[in-house]
Design a binder for this molecule. Structure first.
Ligand code: SAH
Ligand code: SF4
Length: 363
């Protein structure tokens, strides 16, 4: 650890020295090892909303975020280009068997135009997300990725589920530099219960392969799945550390109607914040969004994510006529770019640039 970072973090610990606490041991472990182990993560996950120690951990995580990743919050634009899906994940409203949603597909030209507009507005990254929809061939996706790269120069991320190993190799060549494929839960028994057709081993092998291809690899888990324990969540975080995952998407489970899990309660927002803080201390350089799923529980919780160690927000740039049908869960909010930008400034963070063109349009 750089001496300057160490000094800063030791200062925080000193400021709180009147609290004798187990948590101090956890933070001292971080100072020695720049990561945490399972027992430490579980201690953080167990913290209650009003615990004094939670405030210390969040302050510490926020400082680690600043010291390791810079004082800059990335704003990434998500284009949800198709809500068709051939899979049947128990929690997801887009599952193939859900006949109650209106399906849509955006054409390659529409997708490319939205990406161009997003670049004009000053967004950092374009994330292409969809259900698993084979009606877009590999060549279609290669075309879309390379056109966006050519026209915008922005990094392109793909979040489209389990394509073949060779497809991911081709997407990388076409200019995709990031990939998001959540492992969802590392508890194999739980994974199999809720994924009749997502393949646990294949997803993990794909993530490993993507790392070898030079992708900035993203994964993540759902918090509050029925039957999940704190132990499972700690294992999720350690898995991502050990597999050198660089982007970490962790959101609470939100029930979606017409799915097998529709009657189960949402995951806890407070636990999700604890998981953000624990992850920041376990994987200090992570790119970690405070998620739309958390914002769907409450906007306040989503912004608290930045004070618990998050450094990314994903804003929705899907055209509204499509977006309202991208219901992976109920009441999914729209995270709007300009609003998020202003809110981040208000809270004292440094968000990604916004262009004069966008500013003019907003005035
Ligand atoms: N089809 C692709 C990408 C789109 S789904 C895939 O599955 O990889 C993106 C993410 O939405 C999933 O990885 C899952 O973690 C999340 N998701 C789906 N339904 C959800 C729900 N009900 N609550 C919380 N997250 C959900
Ligand atoms: Fe399809 Fe992804 Fe939803 Fe599973 S989580 S049903 S793969 S969109």
């Amino acid at each position: 650890m750089k001496p300057q970072i160490r000094n800063e973090l030791e200062k925080i610990l000193k400021d709180y020295s009147s609290h004798s606490s187990e948590i101090k041991d956890v933070l001292n472990y971080f100072l020695e090892h720049e990561t945490l182990e399972k027992e430490h993560i579980i201690k953080i996950l167990k913290l209650k909303k009003d615990d004094k120690e939670r405030k210390i951990v969040f302050t510490f995580a926020n400082s680690v975020r600043k010291l390791y990743t810079g004082d800059y919050i990335n704003i990434k634009g998500v284009i949800e280009f198709s809500n068709y899906c051939k899979k049947n994940c128990f929690y997801c409203g887009l599952r193939a068997k859900n006949s109650s949603i209106r399906r849509y597909r955006m054409s390659p030209t529409e997708i490319i135009n939205v990406a161009k507009q997003a670049a004009d507005y000053g967004l950092d990254t374009i994330i292409l997300q969809s259900g698993e929809d084979d009606s877009y061939s590999e060549d279609d996706l290669i075309f879309i990725i390379s056109e966006i790269r050519k026209n915008t120069k922005l990094p392109v991320s793909v979040s489209i589920g389990e394509r073949s190993f060779s497809a991911y190799r081709k997407f990388r060549k076409a200019g995709a530099v990031r990939v998001l494929l959540k492992h969802e839960t590392i508890n194999k028994t739980l994974f199999r219960k809720i994924h009749p057709d997502k393949n646990y081993e294949n997803r993990i092998e794909l993530l490993r392969y993507m790392n070898t291809l030079g992708y900035v690899t993203g994964s993540g888990n759902i918090i509050g799945l029925p039957g999940q324990t704190l132990d499972d969540i700690a294992d999720d975080i350690l898995f991502m550390r050990d597999e050198k995952i660089k982007m970490i998407g962790m959101g609470p489970f939100i029930p979606a109607h017409n799915t097998p899990l529709e009657k189960f309660p949402s995951g806890s927002g407070e636990l999700t914040l604890n998981a953000y803080a624990a992850t920041r201390l376990c994987i200090p350089k992570a790119q970690m969004p405070t998620t739309t799923a958390l914002g769907t529980i409450s906007e306040d919780l989503q912004y608290q994510g930045f004070f618990a160690g998050c450094n990314v927000i994903m804003v929705n740039i899907t055209p509204d006529k499509y977006r309202e049908n991208y219901n992976i869960y109920d009441n999914k909010i729209k995270v709007e770019y300009f609003y998020s930008y202003n809110k981040l400034r208000e809270l004292g963070f440094s968000p990604s640039k916004i262009t004069q063109k966008k500013l003019k349009e907003m005035l």
